[in-house]
Design a protein around this ligand. Structure first.
Ligand code: SAH
Length: 358
């Protein structure tokens, strides 16, 4: 089994099994709190993002409104409530799809979306690749960080790869380096760790192809870095506290920071444009977080007003989630403006054929 010291398991396979068990059996939100659970403002602002982006796509009717890794379903419920109120045409056009592997969380999400069961009738699927064709807007908050990573260690000769034996790491010379991403394309000092999330890169490449062919945009929000960074970012939360990631697999939430630079390269190789990444603080402020907070606090007790203001600070302050979390959009090359990215210009897709060195 997973904990057998005699048969090392490659880190990504260990992490995949541990997280499938964790999300399948535990209540993740007993261990950590996410932006949509901090405040309804988060999902509402993303709902507004959907409405404006949909207009920019030419208001296609119907369109797929998808969320990957929806947790308790709070983000989508808040977004739909806002759409129903302020953008009824967009609400009516949305065909809601939830990408979720945990049967237990699917039930929780169905309850959260119950007020929208008629007319929205949400549908569940296992993977981003299973989403139906057509115009699409996809949201994903703290989804990519849960996907399994591989860890490579730079040596004088090349690269070692980490596996798990019992509760410790073992390394052996890497035998099958991925051909088209780090570590092949990024070097680090000897002894340092370089991480790669093949699942995230495959999703980015596949979305890149899809958004090049049809109309759409995908928004990824996660903690991570955007640059030629390295280091071991694997972490575990168990019973709400940091824990050794290799102990008690399935009892702890295992995550790793998202490499937005690598994600962007993969998406653009697929054929779409990318926007950002920008910090969550900049993104939410541009979408009107503080105006919404002031509106929610109006005519409330001082205590409620203080809570709303505190939630906005927690989401946007540079030394809190606002600086730790980053936001990247992937979009069809024809889209010329995306809300929340006003300060940035999109990075163009790789022209087809260029990947082959032509
Ligand atoms: N977005 C939510 C929850 C984040 S927790 C929030 O912000 O609150 C991560 C979510 O991703 C959970 O719903 C988990 O079940 C789901 N998940 C993890 N690995 C997955 C995979 N490989 N495919 C689909 N969903 C996955």
């Amino acid at each position: 089994m997973m904990g057998d010291p005699a048969t090392p398991v490659r880190l990504d396979r260990f992490m995949a099994r541990a997280n499938a068990a964790y999300y399948g059996t535990r209540d993740p939100f007993a261990d950590f709190i996410t932006a949509p659970e901090i405040s309804q403002m988060f999902g509402e602002l993303l709902g507004a993002w959907v409405a404006v982006t949909w207009q920019g796509m030419g208001a296609p009717t119907p369109f797929v409104l998808a969320e990957a890794g929806p947790g308790r379903g709070t983000l989508m419920a808040d977004a739909l409530r806002l759409l129903a109120r302020v953008a009824p045409a967009c609400y009516a056009a949305a065909r809601v799809h939830m990408v979720e592997t945990s049967p237990r969380l699917r039930d929780v999400q169905a309850q959260a979306l119950a007020p929208h069961a008629d007319p929205v009738a949400p549908v569940w699927c296992d993977a981003v690749a299973d989403l139906p064709p057509g115009p699409m807007i996809l949201l994903a908050n703290e989804f990519l960080d849960a996907l399994p990573i591989r860890q490579f260690v730079r040596t004088a000769r090349g690269w070692d790869e980490r596996s798990v034996a019992g509760e410790v790491f073992v390394t052996a010379p890497a035998t099958d380096l991925p051909a088209d991403g780090p570590p092949a394309t990024r070097d680090v000092p000897e002894g340092e760790v370089l991480e790669i999330c093949e699942g995230a890169l495959a999703i980015a490449r596949q979305l890149g192809r899809r958004l090049a062919q049809g109309q759409g945009a995908a928004l990824f929000i996660d903690y991570g870095y955007d640059g030629p960074q390295w280091g071991d970012t694997l972490q575990a939360l168990c019973d709400g506290r940091p824990a050794w990631p290799l102990a008690r697999p399935g009892m702890a939430d295992l995550t790793a920071h998202v490499d937005f630079a690598a994600l962007g390269v993969a998406a653009r190789a697929g054929g779409c444009a990318t926007w950002g990444s920008v910090t969550q603080g900049a993104f939410l402020s541009a979408l009107g977080l503080f105006a919404r907070a002031a509106q929610l606090a109006r005519n409330q007790t001082p205590e409620v007003a203080r809570q709303v203001s505190e939630a906005a600070q927690r989401l946007a302050a540079p030394d809190r989630m606002g600086g730790l979390f980053r936001v990247m959009a992937m979009a069809s090359p024809g889209i010329t403006a995306l809300p929340g990215f006003e300060g940035c210009s999109p990075v163009a897709p790789v022209a087809s054929g260029m990947e082959k060195g032509g």
